[in-house]
Design a protein around this ligand. Sequence first.
Ligand SMILES: [Zn+2]
Length: 462
Amino acid sequence: MHLIRLCGKNIAVDCGIGFDKSDEIQKQYVPDGNWLNGTRIDLIILTHKHLDHVGALVRLVHHHPEALIFMSAKTFEGARIAIEDSLNIWRKEAENARRNGLPIPEPIFTEEMADAFYNNPNLKVFDAPYWLDPQEDLRGQWPGWEMGFYDAGHDVGAVSTYMLLPNGKYFYLTGDVASHDQENARGVLLPPDNFLGDFFDRPGTMVTEATNGDRRMEKPREQLVEEIGQFAREVDARGGVLLDAVFAGTKAGNDMVMFNNLGYKVVVDGLARDHIRVEVPDIEERLKDGRVFFIEEGKSKDKKELAWKQRAEYVAGLHGFVPIIAPSATLDQGFAASAYAPVILEGEKNAAVFTSHIFDDSTTQRLFNVKRGRTIKMKKFVNGRLEPIRVNVRCDIRHFNRSSHDYQDGLVERVRLARPETLIVHHCPGKESFNAFAERVHSLPPPPKKPIWGLNGRKIFI
Ligand SMILES: [Zn+2]
């Protein structure tokens, strides 16, 4: 989350959650600042649906009935899936605590708050590209402001924000951004002139993410896809089963389309299905013609049993070679962890691929550090309950980093084109990353002022 005070207005951008994994329990944490209580918030912008941006938004909105709220329609749909999933996870945790006589955990937000958010009269969703209407959208309360949103390329519905201020300057927030194409989102460096006009022909401030601030794109994305295809063909040839453990949003949909493009049918399980329905426009066609199969759990006992029978069939390779896409990429939760990995990892002919960033302290990281033939701890569904087990890792594992974030070259090129007077860098994993990025930016002709690192809790005056 960040709070921007500009020309008399207070604008909050995103409000996510973080995960702190110590021991067995995964704890969530929320942004500092006590929900900005005591501060009038004029506007809340949600840049995209990922949990580190939207996870606590419902609560922030609850504390600020005065705020206008803007997001794209696709972001709203995706956020709704993430919000409902958070509530489901909380319900299960509460039920577990109750059963074990432990104190019931406090949810970050309640069902009532979520419903109030969906029906908030101040909420405006739009299809990007979109310039706000000063009368209708800003209610005539923002004289001298113009505000527009354009695709950020990071995810379906993700946007960058372009503000022209009453003081004659610009304010440009990239949000999470990517200039390289993904299967379901076209890369964007900057919008075309018919959107931008003379936007950058004035001094201004740019706030950019720099997740990959110190990383160059190692190889073109087409080559990466080619290598994944080669790997899949090897697993197929030896009669193995391939698990693709992914994050439900963005990555699952990209990988599904990628495997289809490589000529493979795909089976998809868990929350990934819901996100894919929002992200992949022709998903119904793919389901109909059999390129994609969704395992549908449903509520009834019969449906549940059928789903588990189908899982067992795909894990046993009874339908031929069909890559299995299931969340989550960390292997700490979701069907990938509880239903697929415990079986697939033990088969010598099998393989697991990971196409996302590998997080510290995740089961996936431990998997890459363990020698073949050794065991790792996981949790498996046994008779409807999660039981701790040890899994003997015998299969092939491979990491292909298909980042949804811009690499260093794209990030630097965007700064070169925007020529900001002030550059603020955030969403940046560490000092090395920031320094590497800052050094590249400094080599631009003419060198801009030293970039400012937007560390948590820092107040920056411009
Ligand atoms: Zn993101």
